[in-house]
Write a protein that binds this ligand. Structure first.
Ligand SMILES: [Zn+2]
Length: 409
């Protein structure tokens, strides 16, 4: 029964006793697909309502507002059960929020993929021993799962996301070694910071650390991605007329673009995990990131090389995966304003002078270092400051989603 095709060869991530298993399933009959269709239509309706009512998803109490306006409709018009109706509007709200807070958002929050949130026991069950699966009361056949599934026997099945890709169905299941999830961010959970690390994401690499002696550099694979993107563009230039018509050339171009995309996705995910590993290794449970909204405007003022679309996307992706890993493992992510963090002297606060490429020196106190290191020291200082200043715990209305995953990009 076990298949090992590319789509679910791997367990996506194992860390701190939590993993995401990709299980391939085949629904029997039309019951499930039709229910999924109702859910997706319901999700679309909630998105439309949020959009047309110009709801600010960052406001307090937005979740109960959505509940009051949409719950009954989802129950009655779309015949979703109470749990699924709740999951559905939360799902829509998370998507809407991601769209709303994205400075480069499109005109409308488009729903591209079929994806459902499912709560364990209420909406689905998966027996890891017998690989038996039920979704929304309907039995589904499991047709593939990770080859090392045995490793997870005895783990606890948490939430899942049902997704449909190229006509095939997958259940992305979160499993946990411990019964209880560890501290999630916010919600007044009595989070006590043990230490901080700051993260600087730039074109050449990601730097994680707390000062000029304690840091780790992680290379980005932006250049590799650029290489494949350039190959694709080369072909388009080489066959300015033919490339659209020739299936062979078109396939080559598509291949290079896909390859570039895969490299970036893969490296962003790994970077996210690595950053949290490093933080834990440094006994830190708070990760300081640059506030993206500010960064976008900064980037637009920067040189041409920085106005790189791939870089911006990658920046967002890396932050996304850091946040996702941090949430899963009970670390807190805080965002600080990055203005001047790479040029201000961390010792005395005056503006530093660039003496060599990316190397800055303070003319007042003589401190000098690499731009990235200066950035993490300053981010660290700002992060520490904002942490001691904020008295109230950070409460998020829409918890990214039910299992702590940040909203999609
Ligand atoms: Zn100085």
């Amino acid at each position: 029964m076990e298949t090992r095709d590319r789509t679910h060869r791997e367990v996506r991530s194992i860390d701190g006793g939590i993993a995401t298993l990709s299980v391939k399933i085949r629904p029997s009959g039309l019951g499930l697909p039709l229910l999924v269709e109702r859910y997706m239509n319901a999700k679309r309706l909630v998105l439309k309502w949020l959009f047309e009512s110009r709801i600010n998803p960052n406001e307090k109490g937005v979740l109960s507002m959505v509940h009051n306006n949409m719950y009954r409709v989802l129950r009655e018009k779309f015949s979703l059960n109470s749990r699924l109706a709740e999951d559905c509007y939360r799902d829509a709200l998370a998507l809407y929020k991601a769209w709303y807070n994205n400075p480069r958002k499109g005109r409308y929050p488009v729903l591209r993929n079929v994806s459902l949130w499912l709560t364990s026991r209420y909406s689905f069950s998966l027996d890891l021993e017998k690989m038996k699966c039920t979704i929304l009361g309907k039995h589904v056949e499991v047709t593939g799962y990770p080859h090392n599934i045995g490793f997870y026997r005895g783990w606890f099945v948490k939430e899942a996301r049902l997704v449909k890709r190229s006509g095939e169905w997958f259940l992305k299941v979160i499993v946990s070694k411990e019964k209880k999830r560890r501290g999630r961010r916010g919600e007044g959970d009595g989070f006590t910071p043990t230490g901080l690390v700051a993260v600087d994401i730039n074109m050449s690499g990601v730097v994680v650390g707390s000062d000029d002696e304690h840091y780790v550099r992680i290379p980005t694979r932006l250049e590799d991605a650029h290489h494949y993107k350039a190959l694709a563009e080369l072909l388009q230039r080489k066959y300015p007329k033919r490339w659209r018509e020739s299936r062979r050339i078109l396939n080559r171009i598509r291949h290079f673009h896909n390859h570039a995309g895969n490299i970036l996705n893969d490296s962003a995910r790994k970077t996210g995990k690595l950053v949290v590993d490093i933080a834990e290794g440094m006994n830190a449970n708070v990760i300081v990131l640059e506030n993206l909204n500010n960064m976008i405007t900064c980037v637009e003022k920067l040189g041409k090389a920085y106005r790189d679309k791939l870089y911006l996307m990658q920046y967002r992706r890396i932050q996304y995966w850091i946040e996702w890993q941090a949430l899963k493992r009970g670390l807190k992510v805080i965002y600080v304003n990055p203005a001047y963090t790479s040029t201000q002297c961390p010792k005395c606060g005056v503006e530093m002078r660039e003496v060599r490429h990316r190397w800055f020196k303070c003319l007042k106190c003589g401190y000098e270092n690499d731009r990235d290191i200066i950035a993490i020291i300053n981010l660290y200082i700002r992060g520490r400051g904002s942490l001691t200043l904020s008295t109230a715990p950070q409460v998020r209305d829409v918890n990214p989603n039910q299992w702590g995953e940040p909203p999609t990009l």
